[in-house]
Design a protein around this ligand. Structure first.
Ligand SMILES: NC(=O)c1ccc[n+]([C@@H]2O[C@H](COP(=O)([O-])OP(=O)(O)OC[C@H]3O[C@@H](n4cnc5c(N)ncnc54)[C@H](O)[C@@H]3O)[C@@H](O)[C@H]2O)c1
Length: 334
């Protein structure tokens, strides 16, 4: 779904602060959309990998046909630096640092000491309520959540989240702008912890832990079931359309008996607690719910990248307005 708006990205300088996994892919997405981009590295470690990662993302995107120009064309609009003063002309700054309020607050102070009063400041936080984060800033009305999905330059997911003090009209502008980034955004008008997808996903994670920890199925079996059931249809439809497609009364019947049996645990499951306490980080260090040799870990990361491009192709074939398009095509032919 492309925007019909008149926003000219080439004249809209934007910035990303924090160049880890997500900061790099968000910067890539913004470059591909035509923005001049300032990428601020809050720690020197970022400088070791940011340029290489963003160039790799652009190269892959070229090979996959997402962009038509050579990576250098986009890269020439990017400035990577540790100097916050370069944020001055930016109209939108996307904070993408660790999920830690103290770190985010110190970063907001540095950003707000430089940017214009009417520039927008947003966070890619996964789960800290926007109403809490915006109170750490000088101008809470211009603060929003922009929740991306990795890898941001290929996924179409984006949540624009308003906190209780956010100016909704500015939120609507962000919603409009994000169509230029080839997103199919959701505007969350009223802040809630976890926003939308994380609330849905964590309900599923909780049930998955319950099933494994109580011996109903193995980790492998749960993963297989997820892949082969919701994994098959969720790129086409969401849960409500799914119920429409497959018969609403059946769901009504099942809910009555099934809901009382679902996990409503409020504690962190022992299974994940043990892994984290032993230093497990997943594919990143080969220790997670599964164990990985360095070669396996690398191949999983590469396979994920390959899949992101493939699923994007399929998703583009089935946009949110797929049926409206078929209807207008049919009426044009009559
Ligand atoms: N990884 C995901 O799939 C994902 C998805 C959605 C949202 N997010 C959110 O995006 C944000 C960044 O996540 P990520 O996965 O890119 O993390 P990451 O660990 O790859 O990067 C974290 C970055 O934080 C910055 N940082 C680290 N220490 C800092 C310090 N002391 N002061 C200032 N900055 C510091 C650095 O730029 C570092 O690269 C988090 O809020 C996370 O919850 C992540």
């Amino acid at each position: 779904m492309m925007s019909k708006s008149s926003i000219d990205t080439a004249n809209l300088p934007v910035a990303v602060v924090g160049l880890g996994l997500m900061g790099c892919s968000i910067a890539t997405c913004l470059l591909m959309a035509g923005h001049p981009v300032v990428a601020i590295a809050p720690i020197s470690d970022d400088l070791q990998h940011a340029e290489k990662r963003i160039k790799n993302h652009l190269q892959h995107s070229l090979e996959q046909g997402l962009i038509t120009e050579q990576p250098e064309h986009y890269f020439s609009r990017l400035t990577i630096s540790m100097d916050y003063a370069l944020l001055k002309p930016c109209r939108l700054v996307i904070e993408c640092t660790l999920e830690n309020e103290t770190i985010k607050k110190s970063v907001y102070e540095k950003i707000e000491s430089v940017i214009a009063k009417d520039a927008l400041l947003v966070s890619n936080t996964s789960a800290i309520p926007i109403s809490i984060l915006q109170k750490l800033t000088l101008h809470p009305d211009r603060f929003f959540g922009l929740h991306w999905a990795e890898p941001s330059h290929t996924t179409r997911f984006l949540e624009v989240i308003c906190g209780e003090l956010s100016n909704i009209a500015k939120g609507e502008y962000l919603y409009e702008l994000s169509h230029k980034w080839r997103k199919e955004p959701t505007l969350v008008r009223k802040d809630i912890r976890g926003f939308i997808t994380n609330r849905l996903m964590y309900a599923m994670y909780r049930e998955a832990f319950y099933l494994v920890e109580n011996g109903y199925a193995t980790i492998e079996d749960i993963d297989r079931a997820c892949r082969n059931n919701p994994g098959y249809w969720m790129t086409l439809v969401g849960v409500f359309r799914w119920m429409d497609l497959t018969g609403v009364p059946a769901y009504h019947n099942v809910m009555k008996d099934l809901f009382p049996t679902l996990s409503n645990s409020t504690t962190v499951p022992a299974l994940i607690d043990d892994i984290v306490k032993k230093g497990g980080r997943g594919v990143a260090n080969g220790k997670g719910f599964y164990n990985y040799t360095p070669e396996e870990a690398k191949l999983w990361e590469e396979t994920f990248t390959e899949f992101s491009f493939d699923i994007r192709e399929l998703a583009l074939k089935y946009p949110v307005d797929v049926v409206d398009k078929k209807l207008s095509h049919d009426s044009n032919e009559q």
